[in-house]
Design a protein around this ligand. Structure first.
Ligand code: F6P
Length: 474
């Protein structure tokens, strides 16, 4: 089996004591975090080749030094465990930047999350033509690497919007392979897909439609299929499947019991005291709608003076995509929105919003465990794993306030409270309802949330992709 994703399961850091001078450490990111425990740490029954981009100078140097080709999982040496063959593509940095920053994150990400303000963006000119050529080149490098390593009829799992052209290129080179593509973002519908230049939309969708395509929720699958019909013709019926990712409850429980998480819990206890805690955990990402979350909280404090001094909003944030200008601007906007709430309401003994940008996963899990209310309010989100992790680790029957635009909402609706991503007055009402909910209703909702959140796991999600790849072809 082969896996392809832009970000690999591990990254390398220079370490003179490690064999080859580089040590592999877990990489960030949803795709890598979901697959790594299954394919790297746990070992698999079949050998896996994982192709990804060498994302840093250390990754490139480790590749050149021969440190990266094989990552030995925890089961290496154990006669049942198969090793992971990690192939890191050493791309020209300019080409890699155009692929990742200029096409994947500045265009496709914005398009699929509905984040373009069409009066001013996007504008496609020669810069985009060059960036699209780079996107194509990187996708071709992936297809070549996969084609060179795949055994006859091998299963190939291509991950995410960075690699939309890889399925078509690989299928042309190796028609024997069982390829699927899985998109971790939302997908846009037929009106929005028209934003892309015609040739780009056709090329991208023709490639995806050449293989079964998976999504976290039916809504994104339907949007994708409608876009395919709009662009490629009404009689094109793409093959889709829906396979939501879920957390691994045992891994979360183990993490919550680590000394790092215990220390973070103690620190949070000191910070929050006997106040109620609203908690969010997010990358600093425009689609996560962090600034508007603070505005909704501001409205809560304005409309319900009884909550002043009695609640703390803890935002556990980690930096993301700092090479994309829109993300740099958004980080400033988030900091300003938090500061505005504090400037308006803080007292000598109370800081209404605490922003922590330490990028510390055990601490994030400790925060979700300690929360009375969890806020998940994205503008649009492919899944949002936090919405499922929170109920599983909660020690306080936390109420989940969740945007219907998060893919997870489709699975959790009814047990969570709806948090409209744009209507901050409704958001404040939802926060008030969550904070005042009685213990019996909290416990009843929390129990339902726990069972809904555990309905799918990384393993069921991986199995669904493999099944889609192996399904008889029409
Ligand atoms: O949702 C798509 C995704 O690629 C996830 O896998 C990941 O968590 C997130 O976006 C961040 O991506 P990156 O940091 O690799 O740009």
């Amino acid at each position: 089996m082969l896996v392809a994703s832009n970000r690999g399961p591990v990254r390398f850091v220079a370490d003179p004591d490690a064999p080859g001078g580089y040590r592999a450490v877990p990489a960030a990111g949803g795709v890598a975090s979901a697959l790594r425990p299954l394919l790297v740490d746990g070992g698999t029954a079949t050998p896996v080749t994982w192709v990804a981009v060498a994302a840093s100078d250390d990754d490139r140097a480790a590749t050149a030094a021969g440190a990266s080709p094989v990552v030995h999982g925890a089961r290496a040496g154990d006669d049942t465990g198969a090793d992971l063959d990690l192939v890191l593509l050493d791309l020209d940095p300019d080409v890699a930047r155009r692929h990742y920053d200029e096409v994947s994150n500045a265009v496709l990400w914005f398009l699929y999350h509905g984040m373009f303000d069409h009066v001013s963006a996007p504008t496609f000119d020669v810069d985009f033509t060059r960036a699209w050529a780079a996107y194509t080149e990187v996708n071709r490098a992936f297809a070549d690497a996969l084609a060179a390593r795949a055994a006859p009829d091998d299963v190939v799992l291509v991950q995410d919007y960075h690699l939309a052209l890889t399925p078509g290129l690989l299928r042309a080179a190796r028609p024997d392979l069982r390829i699927v593509h899985f998109t971790h973002t939302p997908f846009c519908g037929p009106n929005s897909i028209r934003t892309l230049p015609d040739a780009v939309a056709s090329e991208l969708l023709a490639s995806m439609a050449s293989v079964p395509c998976g999504f976290h929720t039916d809504r994104w699958a339907r949007s994708y299929a409608a876009s395919v019909r709009e662009v490629l013709g009404a009689d094109t019926e793409p093959v889709t499947f829906t396979a939501p990712l879920g957390p691994d409850p045992a891994a979360l429980a183990a993490l919550a019991a680590t000394p790092a998480a215990t220390a973070a819990t103690a620190e949070l206890d000191r910070l929050i005291g006997d106040r109620a805690a609203i908690v969010r955990v997010d990358r600093v990402e425009p689609s996560k709608n962090i600034a508007r979350g603070f505005v909704a909280y501001d409205r809560l404090l304005a409309d319900h003076p009884e909550w002043r001094e009695r609640v703390v909003f803890v935002a556990l944030l980690n930096a993301s995509r700092e090479t994309v200008p829109a993300y740099v601007r958004y980080a400033e906007e988030v900091a300003a929105a938090a500061a505005a709430v504090n400037a308006r309401w803080a007292t000598p003994t109370w800081q209404p919003v605490v922003v922590d940008t330490r990028d510390d996963y055990p601490r994030s899990i400790a925060g979700l465990a300690r929360a009375d209310v969890v806020m998940v309010n994205p503008i649009r989100d492919g899944l949002n794993l936090v919405a499922k992790e929170a109920p599983i680790v909660s020690t306080r029957d936390a109420v989940l306030c969740c945007s219907p635009e998060a893919g997870s909402y489709a699975e959790l609706a009814g047990a969570c409270l709806e948090f409209h991503p744009f209507d901050v007055a409704a958001g404040a009402t939802a926060l008030h309802a969550a904070l005042t909910m009685g213990p019996r209703e909290r416990a009843e909702r929390a129990a339902r949330l726990r069972s809904l959140a555990a309905a799918h796991s990384p393993q069921t999600w991986l199995d669904a992709q493999i099944a889609a790849a192996r399904a008889p072809r029409g």
